[in-house]
Design a protein around this ligand. Structure first.
Ligand code: SF4
Length: 505
């Protein structure tokens, strides 16, 4: 950790005369980062700033970075290069860099871009406004914590105020970090080991969201299936008491606390029972940790959506072992079959990496076979690209020729597209419930909604089809990535009220 004087008492002053200071947050990467950005925006608003109409007009610009995606550093330094001219024009502008890449690159960021005022990492999102205030008084600052302090009240982004993009749905971070060591992934290095949020705190948060009118929550974590294993391991060694039920939930305490175990299935049941919550989603589970209890909880909790994202990554046992994924293709398919057998009308999506170092033609053929057998409803395929700091990035001698990767990627895409089209076509003629997301980005006279199985549906706009409403639609057509529908009936109007929850600081 690079320690910074704790300027907790400093106000976020320096507002231009006659108007409130404004901010813009630019987000790179995954849902975890999107959610962190909501928290950063919430902190800034709690500190009196308002969202700028555009980045060019903002007094504070935060780039919330991700180092998982390809060329993340080039994109960041390109963006910072563009902001340099703006900073020269307006020296009062504050530029902050947050997120995974900040956690990894640390002082390098200000060495390469001296106009950056603040750098903070993944473990101290809660310090954003203090660091901005500190930088205004004393000049550029960089603060990176090595890990999250488990017992700090503000350790988790979800304990902070939020400025959500949508009012009817919300992300809920249930754990941070990851205890796995996938060879291609930088997450364990930048997010640290797994830490689960207390069970009771999550239920309270979802109850609060429901009372604000949120009807859909998505539980977020790097490996949600192992949520709670750290809590029950820790609690086994301390005295019993009612506080344990808050930490780990009633079910585990009533069990007699015989053994540490993940609590994800319990959480799905409890969160799914919160009044007003109509849909519960989650991402991402790890195939090796998909347990029968989770499948049962999904099947038996009506609000938990019939959608499972189960990352395959490769269909070759040799490559899976090199990736340290902890399952074979056969085991993966067994778990998938168990999920499909247990949950009626389940849709399954996946991630696949093509061209992991050392991947042979035979390995790739195995991936094609498993992908075809799995019959995914949707899938994300990626060509391997090395992430500095990961084990796979050091396997340069085994990198697969790029042209060959592209050829394999296109072959895989054909298989994936075929199965997703088939699965979409099977929905035509059916009645599906959608949650309206808003006007279609493609056609202004259409709206877009999402089914419980996470399929996008485009349909003609109609009275009552407002963002956040639920409706029954008949599916009239299918493409590989979306469906077409017609309205049968609006079944529920939006319930949300707009307000920013008060900080639990
Ligand atoms: S499970 Fe693997 S891929 Fe997922 S975050 Fe952990 S290390 Fe990365």
């Amino acid at each position: 950790m690079d320690a910074t004087p704790p300027d907790a008492a400093l106000p976020t002053d320096g507002a231009p005369a006659g108007r409130a200071r404004t901010y813009a947050v630019r987000t790179y990467g995954c849902q975890m980062n999107v959610h962190d950005s909501e928290r950063i925006a919430g902190l800034l608003e709690a500190d009196g700033l308002i969202e700028a109409a555009s980045e060019a007009e903002a007094d504070v610009i935060v780039l919330n970075t991700c180092c998982i995606r390809e060329n993340a550093d080039n994109k960041l330094y390109g963006a910072l290069g563009n902001l340099k001219a703006l900073k020269e024009e307006r020296p009062d502008l504050q530029v902050a860099v947050a997120g995974c890449l900040a956690q990894k690159d640390r002082e390098l960021i200000q060495q390469r871009a001296a106009h950056v005022d603040v750098v903070f990492g993944t473990h101290n999102v809660h310090r954003a406004t203090e660091l901005l205030a500190h930088a205004r008084r004393h000049g550029p600052v960089m603060e990176i914590l090595e890990e999250t302090v488990r017992d700090a009240a503000d350790a988790f982004p979800s304990a902070l105020p939020t400025k959500r993009d949508a009012d009817h749905c919300a992300w809920v971070t249930i754990q941070i970090g990851c205890d796995n060591s996938c060879a291609f992934c930088i997450v364990p290095a930048v997010r640290g080991p797994e830490i689960s949020r207390p069970f009771g705190e999550l239920v309270l948060e979802v109850e609060g969201l429901a009372s604000d009118g949120v009807t859909e929550v998505t539980l977020l974590g790097q490996n949600v299936n192992s949520y709670g294993r750290d809590l029950t391991t820790r609690l086994r060694s301390i005295d019993a008491g009612s506080a344990d039920a808050f930490e780990a939930g009633e079910r585990w305490v009533l069990e007699g606390r015989r053994r540490p175990r993940p609590l994800f299935a319990d959480l799905l049941r409890e969160v799914g029972a919160v009044e007003g919550i109509r849909r519960v989603r989650y991402t991402s589970p790890h195939p090796k940790d998909l347990r029968p209890e989770t499948i049962a909880a999904m099947a038996e909790t009506p609000s938990v959506c019939e959608h499972l994202h189960l990352p395959l990554q490769s269909g070759s046992d040799r490559v899976l072992a090199a990736m340290h994924r902890g399952y074979t293709a056969e085991r993966y398919l067994e778990r998938l079959a168990a999920a499909r057998a247990g949950i009626e009308d389940l849709a399954v999506s996946t991630d696949v990496i093509v061209g992991f170092p050392g991947e042979t033609d035979a390995d790739f053929e195995s991936t094609l076979e498993v992908a075809a057998e799995a019959g995914y409803d949707s899938a994300f395929a990626f060509v391997f690209s090395p992430r500095p700091g990961t084990e796979a990035a050091d396997l340069e001698d085994e990198f697969v020729d790029h042209a060959l990767c592209v050829e394999r990627f296109e072959r895989l895409q054909r298989v994936l597209r075929r199965s997703s089209r088939r699965s979409h076509e099977a929905r035509v003629g059916r009645t599906e419930e959608i949650l309206v997301e808003g006007p279609s980005k493609r056609e202004p006279d259409q709206v877009t909604g999402r089914t419980r199985q996470n399929r996008l549906v485009h349909l003609p706009a109609a009275e009552g089809l407002r963002t956040g409403a639920y409706a029954d639609v008949r599916i009239t057509g299918a493409a590989s990535h979306y469906l077409f529908g017609e309205l049968l009936e609006v079944t529920a109007s939006p319930r949300h009220r707009r307000r920013i929850p008060v900080a639990s600081l």
